[in-house]
Design a protein around this ligand. Sequence first.
Ligand code: NAP
Length: 432
Amino acid sequence: MRHFAIVGSGPAGFYTAEALQRAYGERARIDIIDRYPVPYGLIRFGVAPDHQSLKAVSKRYDKVADSAGVDFVGNVSVGEDVSVAELLDFYDAVILATGAPHDRKLGIPGEDLPGVVGSAEFVGWYNGHPQFADLAPSLGGADAVVVGNGNVALDCARILSKTRAEFEGSDIVGHALDALDASAIRSVTILGRRGPHQIAMTPKELGELGHLEAAVPVVEPADFPPVEADEPLEPGLRKSVSLLRGFADLAADKPKRIVFDFFAKPVRIEGAVRVERIIVERTRLDDRGAAVGTGETYVLPASLVITAIGYSTTPIADVPFEGGKFVNDRGRIADRLYAVGWARRGPSGTIGTNRPDGYEVADQIAAEMPADGASAKAGVEGLKQLLASRGIMATDYDDWRKIEAAEVAQARPGSPREKFVRHEHWMSALDR
Ligand code: NAP
């Protein structure tokens, strides 16, 4: 029997568990540890609440969790409640699948003014992440600015622009739905430091903006190169650019506008006590395709600024870390210690990208640790003893099922669930 600890129960964690199961069959005992008593990581706290079909992948993860040899150990924070070195004492291998939950910083003056939030915070707020339940993003002014040209920027802009009715069927948390419903925001400007050919947005997500009830996307045709220049683009990007071009033909007859401002780099955020404006510099592309400032600046009014410029992983004591992720060679960090998913390669790709990623690392582990080798490790029993001695109350998948049932029971009509947004509410759903 081999004992494996996977730290993190998001997509990377579950795909790695699935892959280890395939590689070792009944000879593996796999524990998926999470700091929260609820699983799925990014699927619960990151994927947009109005994209329920993407969230449905959790059903696949449930099958993994329900299978023999796999356990969920929730409510345990690795690095705080238990160290990686201690896990390595109990397990043959430890796989860090901790994702990338922190916002990268712009590194410009004014970034810390009230009213400036990172997308991890904003997304966490509307998705019921306990750390951001009290974020109270500033929705009382008319002008929001979202920095970044990726899908997360699109998520933020769309969520800011939807009507209450458009959240029907979503699991956006009640506090966010009410606040967004009362929002005074009328304009959402999406700032891209490069141009339409350099966006990191995908067609489906972009296309949604063209069909919103109360908001219309706006582009400046002069930002686009001649249409023939789209020809060599890879098909997905070509489709996205074509959708963007099409926004120029939409009638601006809705109360809210989502303005794409390309070749626009934020240089300073200003305000007396909170954000009031953002100073933007026009850019051009150099011959390597990087954005360089032209020296021309202009002012955009901003009552809310959301930075959506990528994420970094949480460092863990004694685990080498650089550039926002764990230092690793094809997933291997050190002897018996591995990283998968965003903790391994940074925040890129779709949910499905984490599947081959997890399988590759599991294959590497299997090559290094034959299934028929005997393990002298104590596995989960050792971990549980240690946690009990420290007064840490670990939870399991049955506990999650109870929390899930309680969240489903309190759902507003038309919504799949109303998430608990505080740790103590999860625990009281478990009578603890
Ligand atoms: P992303 O795709 O890497 O996009 C980051 C954006 O931020 C880029 O446009 C980048 O511009 C810009 N940026 C970076 N640093 C900047 C700076 N200092 N100033 C101005 N702009 C800056 O990241 P993401 O949007 O956070 O998404 C993360 C991953 O999750 C992606 O793989 C994404 O596709 C995925 N995701 C998928 C979905 C979906 O499928 N529905 C939804 C959400 C997220 P440059 O290109 O110029 O660097």
